[in-house]
Structures are given as C-alpha cells and as structure tokens.
Ligand binder design. Structure first.
Ligand code: HEM
Length: 136
C-alpha cells in the first residue's frame, strides 16, 4: 500500500520484516536487550517497577506503533503522552545518557535493525532530550 507524507521512522517496521517477516520478534528482542541493560544499571534500575514485564510490553508496543507497525499501544494505553508519563521520574542528563546507552547497545545487539539504526538512534536521542525534566 502506498503511503504518502511519511517520516522515515514510519518505514522501520516494514524494513525489519513487517507482520509476516518477524518485525514483532525483532522489537521484542530489542526491548529485551534494553531492559537487560536497565536491570543492571545503578541509576535506572531503581526508577522502574520490580517486575519489568509490563514495562517491556508497553515499550515494545509503543516502539512498534511509532515505527510504523500496528497501533496496539494506542488500544491498550491510549495516547502516548510520553512527557506527561515521565514527569513522575527525575530525568536529568545522567538518566538520559544511561537510557540512551542501553538503547544504543540494544540496537547493536539485534542485527535486524542495522539498516535502520541511524534513523532510530536519531529519534531516541531527540526523544530522550525532550523527556528530560531536570537540568542536572
Ligand atoms: C530519558 C531517559 C528515560 C528514562 C529515565 C525513562 C524512564 C521510564 C520509567 C521509569 C518508566 C515507567 C516504568 C514503566 O512503565 O516502564 C518509563 C515508561 C515508558 N517510557 Fe521511558 N524513560 C526514558 C526515555 C524514554 C524514551 C526516549 C522513550 C521512547 C522513545 C520512552 C518510552 C517509554 C514508554 C513507552 C513507557 C511506558 C509508558 C506507558 O505507561 O504506557 N522512555 N520510562
């Protein structure tokens, strides 16, 4: 199907396989690798719930939706409102950098994303900057 006026990020889901070619599995692997990093991170681990299962699911559904896949996140969680949802947490440069470190490492760990990794890294960097709510 031809879609017009898409940003490059909306092609990522198809580029990593789409519905039939394993995109959901690729995103699950990405999120698993990311949360493995979070689970071992002294700055980030205390911010998250003890059980990371729901965190994994929400992030995977959000990323699939944002990068051009099915809108299951919206069905389950409504509008993302990411800045509002992050306000309860203190996010300064250290938290931003730790989050990006683990997401960039996760991208390196899942080969399916190699062709689109630059688009994704750019988005994550901008989003993490936008979600900061402390200067230091
Ligand atoms: C800048 C550093 C960041 C920190 C410290 C951070 C931390 C957190 C924490 C503590 C939660 C709540 C636990 C949970 O429900 O999983 C959360 C939720 C979430 N974060 Fe972040 N986050 C950051 C950046 C980002 C970025 C850049 C994105 C997207 C690109 C993102 C997407 C999400 C999503 C989708 C959720 C779940 C929202 C929901 O409840 O549906 N976060 N984050």
């Amino acid at each position: 199907m031809l879609k017009v006026a898409m940003g490059p990020h909306e092609n990522v889901y198809e580029a990593v396989g789409g519905d039939a070619g394993g995109a959901a599995e690729a995103f699950a692997a990405l999120v698993d690798a990311f949360y493995d990093g979070v689970a071992a991170d002294p700055i980030l681990r205390p911010m998250y719930p003890d059980d990371l299962a729901e965190s994994r699911e929400h992030l995977a559904l959000f990323l699939i939706q944002f990068f051009g896949g099915p809108a299951a996140y919206a069905e389950k969680r409504g509008h993302p409102r990411l800045r509002m949802r992050h306000l309860p947490f203190v996010i300064g440069p250290a938290e931003r950098d730790a989050w990006l470190l683990h997401m960039n490492a996760a991208l390196d760990a899942v080969p399916a994303f190699a062709p689109v990794a630059p688009i994704m890294r750019r988005y994550f960097e901008d989003a993490a900057q936008f979600l900061m709510n402390r200067d230091a």
